[in-house]
Write a protein that binds this ligand. Structure first.
Ligand SMILES: [Cu+2]
Length: 112
């Protein structure tokens, strides 16, 4: 079911740095770019960032969502309603991604 009630889990731990794109060493000089998840969409659908930026997906929807790169570069845990997931852009490239829970939800991360 696409429109089931949200899970009772409200807050996930900030499951940041567990992706190939994230950087374990300190380099947070970049800007922060926000993607809002609402009404089963990513807004903006294409987010542009620079190497060193942090991208934050804020889930303002009533359902959990995930951020899963189509080619395996990164994947989030389910982001609960009201929760967020952060990624540090470490490599240039174009990274299309999909919600692992709702395969019709697509977005693109462009890192320049
Ligand atoms: Cu979703």
């Amino acid at each position: 079911m696409l429109f089931r009630r949200p899970s009772p889990v409200r807050f996930f731990p900030l499951a940041a740095a567990c992706t190939l794109l994230s950087m374990p060493l300190a380099s947070s000089a970049g800007a922060s770019q926000e993607v809002v998840i609402d009404a089963m969409r990513f807004a903006p659908q294409t987010i542009e960032a620079r190497v060193g930026d942090e991208i934050v997906w804020n889930n303002r929807d009533f359902f959990p969502h995930t951020i899963v790169a189509d080619h395996g570069e990164f994947a989030s845990e389910p982001i609960a309603p009201g929760g967020a997931w952060r990624l540090h852009a470490e490599h240039r490239g174009v990274f299309p991604y999909t919600c692992g829970l709702h395969p019709t939800m697509h977005g693109v991360l462009v890192v320049n």
